[in-house]
Write a protein that binds this ligand. Structure first.
Ligand SMILES: *Cc1c(COP(=O)(O)O)cnc(C)c1O
Length: 418
């Protein structure tokens, strides 16, 4: 048996793919208007009518409310900032625990640390790659105050179960839907299923304005707090007559008018762009589910997956090669955007050393939360050995490209069949 992939019978995919680009003439024209107005941001960090932003920011938020069917949509300068507003909005005390996923961008967990609370990592489900009520439940302690569920790779976490569990324990639920705008779960839009959630508008996501984010919530008080944190809360609360909140400190997380103008048009395109990714991913599922050497997502009527990344899981007992050999072969066939593994946030030095602020162990102090290898066995084995991601938001594709990519995957897998 040869361990080196033999590609003498020529590579299947010989084209190069254009970079995914959601920006068009509409955005260019609108940005020109903003530039000509000379007003690139119309916020004031004091309590007056410009506390909530300029014309485009307000218009963008109004449109986002309609699109996502929520009471409040709050723009921010990144979804990292949005997460920080969301975590800040639920009023944690230092040392409180927030349960989240190790399979997400670091910002999800770090937003917890920024409010001096302690991230606790629940394992992911090997089918959805999301944390679930079952993996969260054993981690709930008297210190647990919230859950940040992450809708990873374009599909919603099982929010009905998670919300139910949260209700039993009086926990808030935050939804990190950076990778799944317009995904739906049991007929509702991902991001809107939690107490507070939101989306990223960074350059790599389904829609973008360069850097930006949108928070969504139906809760008036959480919205108010998030907007205070966005714009220098401390200088505003008293003048604003805020009496039912504890003292607050804020940031400058404000979105500029140019980004807001771009975002309005990006939001208009979101349903179409997301549905296109859905079709691509579902085509890969249809083509690949016949192969028992890998596991691909199931198509379910409960879920619309918008496939930020198409997840593939190797079935090791049926293959005679390592993930690295398989990925190299996939790349040799011309498949772009092949990702080996994903994340294991609990293994980051900040958690391994429990050190985030200077030389102190704050906010862990007397915390017994563990970040030892082994706490998230599913996430770990998938990250280290079995998971391959195909980026679907990085290149412009057609359905025919999906067929070609499927053919190349099946060709490589059949070569490495045990
Ligand atoms: C992109 C991303 C973020 C951060 O969003 P930014 O807008 O880049 O700050 C957070 N969580 C997840 C899951 C992401 O994919």
């Amino acid at each position: 048996m040869s361990t080196k992939y033999d590609r003498t019978n020529s590579k299947l995919i010989n084209k190069s793919f254009r970079r995914y680009n959601s920006i068009g003439e509409e955005e260019i024209a609108e940005v020109n208007q903003v530039l000509q107005s000379g007003i690139l941001s119309d916020y004031i960090g004091a309590w007056n009518d410009k506390f909530y932003g300029g014309k485009y920011v307000k218009e963008c938020e109004k449109f986002a409310c309609e699109l996502f069917g929520v009471k409040h949509a709050i723009t921010v300068n990144s979804w990292t900032s949005g997460l920080e507003c969301a975590v800040g909005s639920i009023n944690l005390n230092p040392g409180d625990e927030v349960i989240t996923s190790p399979w997400t961008m670091s910002a999800t967990a770090i937003s917890i640390l920024h409010w001096n609370a302690v991230p606790v990592f629940a394992d992911i489900c090997p089918d959805s790659y999301c944390i679930t009520a079952e993996t969260i439940r054993p981690l709930i302690t008297s210190k647990t105050k919230a859950i940040i569920a992450v809708d990873i790779f374009g599909r919603s976490a099982e929010l009905d179960q998670i919300n139910k569990l949260a209700k039993e324990h009086n926990l808030k639920v935050i939804s990190d839907t950076a990778q799944a705008p317009w995904a739906s779960y049991k007929g509702k839009l991902a991001g809107t299923l939690a107490d507070i959630g939101g989306y990223s508008l960074n350059f790599h996501k389904h829609i973008n304005c360069g850097e930006g984010g949108i928070i969504v919530t139906n809760d008036d008080e959480l919205a108010e707090r998030a907007m205070l944190i966005r714009n220098h809360a401390e200088s505003v609360v008293e003048k604003k007559g805020v009496i039912n909140l504890s003292n607050m400190i804020g940031h400058n997380f404000r979105m500029g008018e140019i980004e807001a103008a771009i975002t309005i048009h990006q939001l208009k395109k979101l349903p179409k762009l997301a549905e296109t990714r859905s079709r691509f991913g579902n085509r890969l599922v249809k083509n690949l589910k016949v192969c028992d050497l890998i596991k691909v997502p199931e198509i379910s009527t409960d879920i619309t997956n918008v496939y930020y990344v198409f997840p593939i899981q190797l079935v090791p007992e049926k293959l005679n090669a390592s993930r690295e050999q398989i990925c190299k072969a996939l790349e040799q066939e011309g498949i772009p955007g092949v990702q080996r593994g994903y994340q294991n946030l609990h293994m980051l030095p900040v958690f391994q050393k429990k050190q985030a602020y200077g030389n102190s162990n704050f906010p862990w102090l007397d915390s017994t939360v563990s970040y030892a290898k082994g706490i998230c066995p599913v996430a770990e084995i998938l990250h280290e050995e079995l998971f391959i991601g195909l980026s679907l938001c990085h290149y412009e594709y057609t359905l025919e490209d999906m067929d070609l990519i499927s053919e190349a995957i099946l060709k490589v897998l059949s070569y490495f069949k045990a």
